[in-house]
Design a protein around this ligand. Structure first.
Ligand code: GDP
Ligand code: IMO
Ligand code: MG
Length: 423
């Protein structure tokens, strides 16, 4: 009767889904608790690649129940696409997905406004995924959003959709100079969506807590990463939800006392998509080398990811704000080609050491202090045991553990389920 949480410790794409898949084999419920179809979670099983955006990665295990929690923003179109894509691969997601009645729905107008604002923002753009995420969370906070429970009832939907469209159409017309949204077509589509998901919509907080109390196990699947958290990330270059442990509790409604482990996923280097500060970033031929070695292209948008060396201050910050009990270190195989490997071990500004990762979002003028370690120059993708890793690789792992002050309990040496070494 316990819950485990997996969170990203960097700027997303740390390999969370790969580790979630590895941890899910004996889990009863796998829960997404924040974010939406901005996430791109890749799992490779028996050489087959699956990319999830909304549906928890645990759907690949036939007995797992997958929950879309109240903290998620669910896009009906993205959800339908994902269900169809899974059905083509003989996975009937609809039979095993439960949706919180309180999760907010992303409407086409949210996507339109997101894209429009990004395109108009010039150098102030965030580099969003244009999935409407921030606009939908904005309406949630403004208390005009539509929730999954609303689309089950024609009268309630008519009332709430009428209200949101009154406000959004005013914005579309007067603020953005964009076409207004016609009520009837959207109403009919949402009503149809309500009928499609009727059997799946539940009070998921009650469901999860009752099952936890009965001894079932829950795995909470974080999306994005700590550097993208709305409070603890590099604001304003963040996503619009709490990606961290607090968000997991608020976004799932589980009693926090069930939560026993918080695993932070850290890539052995760092990547970032979109705008915003990135102190250990590499440029030119150096970034191209790392990007190609790590195949660092966005799983949602296909954008080339920015890449750089491991940043200890960022992960120490993640350890604090998430209460990490352990770290899973991923993609260490990608560093096998290097003669020497750098680790960003601290920040300085104007010659003075910064005490910690700054939470005011200003990393301008930050200089990174690096340590350099010898590489191992051997392929490690086939290694199954820690003791079979090259000694330089073990030293790199232990040095990161020492610097981050969190035990590293899992090392990932390839994208497949089998490429995972418990420590
Ligand atoms: P997530 O968003 O955190 O789940 O990560 P993504 O799926 O967006 O990106 C991680 C990418 O790295 C995916 O293509 C994974 O298949 C791949 N991957 C995960 N772990 C490893 C690893 O240990 N080694 C290598 N080479 N690839 C990995
Ligand atoms: P996973 O779960 C990496 C980034 C976007 C942009 C910022 C805001 O796969 O790790 P948004 O569309 O959320 O308003 O964009 O957040 N971003 C991600 N970067 N991985 C993700 O998810 C991301 N989800 C959003 O690139 O910089
Ligand atoms: Mg991703």
């Amino acid at each position: 009767m316990s819950a485990a949480l997996v969170v990203g410790t960097q700027w997303g794409d740390e390999g969370k889904a790969k580790v979630i898949d590895y941890l899910s084999s004996k889990i009863d419920f796998i829960v997404r608790y924040q974010g939406g179809a901005n996430a791109g979670h890749t799992v490779v099983v028996d050489g087959e690649t699956y990319i999830f955006h909304l549906i928890p990665s645990g759907i690949l295990y036939p007995n797992a129940v997958c929950v879309i929690g109240n903290g998620v923003v669910l896009d009906p179109e993205a959800f339908r696409d994902e269900v169809r894509a899974l059905a083509r691969r003989n996975i009937e997601a609809k039979e095993r997905v439960i949706i919180s009645d309180a999760c907010h729905l992303v409407l086409p107008l949210h996507r339109i406004i997101d894209a429009h604002r990004e395109n108009a923002a010039g150098e102030k753009k965030i580099g969003t995924t244009k999935r409407g995420i921030g606009i939908c969370y904005g309406d949630k906070t403004m208390r005009i959003g539509l929730r999954a429970g609303d689309v089950l009832h024609a009268d309630r939907l008519r009332d709430r959709l009428g209200h949101i469209l009154e406000i959004k159409n005013y914005e579309l017309k007067n603020l953005y100079r964009l076409p207004e949204v016609e009520f009837n077509a959207l109403y009919e589509d949402l009503l149809a969506f309500g009928n499609e998901i009727r059997g799946m919509v539940k009070n998921t907080s009650l469901l999860l807590n009752e099952n936890l109390a009965k001894g079932k196990t829950v795995l909470l699947e974080g999306a994005q990463g700590t550097g993208l958290d709305i409070d603890f990330g590099t604001y304003p270059y963040v996503t619009s939800s709490n990606t961290t442990t607090g968000g997991a509790i608020a976004g799932s409604g589980i009693d926090f006392r069930f939560l026993k482990t918080v695993t932070g996923i850290s890539k052995a280097y760092v990547s970032r998509v979109g705008e915003g500060p990135f102190p250990t970033e590499l440029f030119g031929a150096e970034v191209e080398k790392l990007r190609e070695l790590g195949h660092e292209y966005g799983a949602t948008t296909g954008r080339p990811r920015r890449c750089g060396w491991f940043d200890v201050e960022l992960v120490r910050h993640a350890a604090r704000v998430n209460g990490l009990t352990e770290i899973a270190l991923t993609k260490i195989d990608v560093l096998s080609a290097y003669d020497t490997i750098k680790i960003g071990v601290g920040y300085k500004r104007g010659g003075e050491k910064l005490p910690a990762f700054p939470t005011d979002g200003y990393l301008e003028g930050v200089e990174v202090v690096y340590e350099e370690m010898p590489g191992w120059k051997k392929e490690i993708g086939h290694v199954l045991k820690y003791s079979d890793l090259p000694p330089e690789c073990c030293k790199y792992i232990r040095r990161l553990e020492e610097l981050c002050e969190v035990p590293i309990k899992l090392v990932s040496v390839g994208p497949g389920r089998e490429h995972t070494i418990p420590l």
